[in-house]
Design a protein around this ligand. Structure first.
Ligand code: HBI
Ligand code: FE
Length: 292
């Protein structure tokens, strides 16, 4: 498997929203299967890549206590990630037993509909390549560290795992209704940048924060961002920034609350959203219930 080439893969088509940036997609999309999956080819990782993973892991694991939610920490610790880039099949053996989810290797970002079809079938697409040294502190497109360190542990939580499947099914429907702009915001403000209220205070379950060396502190400690109680319509109206700390975070009370939010038919919500203006990422509404 050729290492992640920098040219835009022939079959690769950029997804409509996630992580949109000026450079083309960097993965090698030329050898993938029709569902955009590839083999991880674990033997092809060099010592330099395993060593970079270990440095990323050692830095990030120091920042987890007091910031990440308990469910995340409980799932992360037994995974033994510190040794190097994990083998997908090793994690799949454990993850399958826990929640029936499976990780599939992909060349990088995949089109929205492909992504949703995998989620709806309890398959989480994980990028197989690891970031370059110069991207050590920040990378636009998800790499194997963001996906493994950020997303995989949460998939061990049964209720969150059910939410991710429901989200995938909702995404397929939203794609058909032309409503992706709104539903992608729900993914952004929960799966990637979500906070949860706990007796010890606000904690993190969002993968974009958990895999960030700086935002993992900012999201919990800084007085600058607004932390607003979870509100589905408020979230789906809210724009977001992909290249800066979030100005607004949404805080759930529980994963049950998050799963229940996906229960209703979203079609009437999309019809209402079409009549409402978007909200800026830093909007402050009088009805916002702030969470300290
Ligand atoms: N592809 N590999 C990958 N990983 C993602 O997180 C991802 C994606 N494609 C689309 C996508 N996310 C977004 O559309 C989400 O908002 C759903
Ligand atoms: Fe992600």
């Amino acid at each position: 498997m050729p290492r992640g080439s920098s040219t835009l893969g022939s079959a690769g088509t950029a997804p409509s929203n996630y992580g949109q940036s000026s450079h083309g997609l960097r993965g090698d999309y030329s050898r993938m299967r029709p569902d955009y999956t590839v083999d991880q080819d674990w033997s092809a990782y060099g010592e330099a890549e395993h060593e970079r993973w270990r440095r990323l892991y050692r830095r990030q694991i120091e920042l987890v206590p007091g910031r990440a939610c308990e469910d995340y920490v409980a799932a992360l610790m037994p995974l033994g990630y510190e040794a190097g880039i994990p083998r997908f099949e090793d994690v799949n053996a454990r993850l399958g037993r826990a929640t029936g989810w499976r990780l599939v290797a992909v060349p990088g970002l995949v089109p929205d509909l492909v992504f949703f079809e995998h989620l709806a079938a309890r398959r989480f697409p994980v990028t197989w390549w690891i970031r370059d040294e110069r991207e050590f502190d920040y990378i636009v497109e998800p790499d194997v560290f963001h996906d493994f360190f950020g997303h995989v542990p949460m998939l061990f939580n049964p209720v969150f795992a059910d939410y991710m499947e429901a989200y995938g099914k909702g995404g397929i429907k939203a794609h058909g209704l032309g409503a992706l702009k709104w539903l992608a915001r729900l993914y952004w403000y929960t799966v990637e940048f979500g906070l949860i209220r706990t007796p010890e205070g606000v904690r993190i379950y969002g993968s974009g924060i958990l895999s960030s060396p700086s935002e993992i502190d900012y999201a919990v400690v800084s007085p600058k961002p607004r932390r607003v109680a979870f509100d589905l319509m408020r979230i789906m109206r809210s724009q977001y920034r992909i290249d800066a700390f979030q100005e607004t975070y949404f805080v759930i009370d529980s994963f049950d609350q998050l799963f229940e939010a996906t229960a209703p038919d979203f079609t009437p919500l999309y019809q209402e959203l079409a009549t409402l203006p978007d909200l800026a990422a830093n909007a402050a509404l009088p009805e916002d219930r702030l969470v300290s």
